[in-house]
Design a protein around this ligand. Structure first.
Ligand SMILES: NC(=O)c1ccc[n+]([C@@H]2O[C@H](COP(=O)([O-])OP(=O)(O)OC[C@H]3O[C@@H](n4cnc5c(N)ncnc54)[C@H](OP(=O)(O)O)[C@@H]3O)[C@@H](O)[C@H]2O)c1
Length: 196
């Protein structure tokens, strides 16, 4: 499986339950990279998404220890199975599957591999937050990282992959040209780290 994440200079990923910065170019990149794939995320990250809904066009496996968990967006679906975001945009939430722990999640992935033909190595993407990245990082072979060229205060972090490169465990397989957010002037680039 792969992980996809946006990190500030010190590998911070979030604060107070939210992303650190709004970068439309990064959201577009995230959409392109994840469309049609299976995402793994923690309950808190699901709830941090606009409308608290699983993203359209993707299957999302949400980890929660709450056996009775029912996301709030389910009560807001209209007759067409859509919800209306704060922006006024109507969206069709993607398929969502709940898992109570790592073993249950892996069993569900193996069933999807057998029944739906997904390739766990290529089609499954770990999408956060911190607790989920920590749990799955050892099983990921590729890390698709948006490196934001700015220090932003954070309370959630991703493992420092540059340290893994220095110690020879990982390599940078690809790096984009520098990107610039027109509104904030923030610079960032997309980097693919691969386990050696
Ligand atoms: N920069 C990025 O790319 C990026 C991406 C994603 C998220 N984020 C940020 O990361 C932060 C959220 O991270 P977080 O670590 O606080 O929360 P999280 O990982 O999104 O969710 C934590 C929740 O996941 C469930 N969980 C965790 N481990 C589990 C296990 N072993 N078995 C079953 N359920 C498990 C629990 O849900 P229950 O409490 O329901 O049991 C736990 O409270 C936010 O600030 C978010 O914006 C950033």
């Amino acid at each position: 499986m792969k992980a996809i994440v946006a990190t500030e200079k010190n590998w911070g990923i979030g604060k107070d339950g939210n992303l650190l910065i709004h970068l439309p170019g990064d959201l577009k990149f995230f959409k392109e990279e994840t469309m049609g794939k299976v995402l793994i995320m923690g309950r808190k990250t699901l709830e941090s998404l606009p409308g608290g809904r699983p993203l359209e066009g993707r299957t999302t496996i949400v980890l929660t220890r709450d056996e009775n968990y029912r996301p709030a967006y389910m009560d807001k679906l209209d007759a067409e199975g859509q919800i209306t975001l704060k922006s006024g945009k109507k969206v069709t939430p993607g398929r969502m599957i709940l898992a109570g722990n790592y073993d249950e999640l892996m069993t569900k992935l193996l069933v999807m591999e057998a029944m739906d033909g997904i390739d766990i190595e290529e089609d499954v993407m770990v999408a956060g937050g911190e607790s989920i990245y920590d749990m799955f990082a050892p099983y990921c072979n590729e890390f698709i990282v948006t490196r934001i060229d700015k220090e932003i205060e954070a309370d959630r972090f991703f493992p420092n992959l540059d340290d893994e490169v220095k110690s020879g465990k990982m390599q940078i397989a690809w790096e984009s040209a520098p990107q610039r957010d027109e509104v904030s002037g923030t610079e960032y680039r997309f980097v693919r780290y691969r386990r050696k």
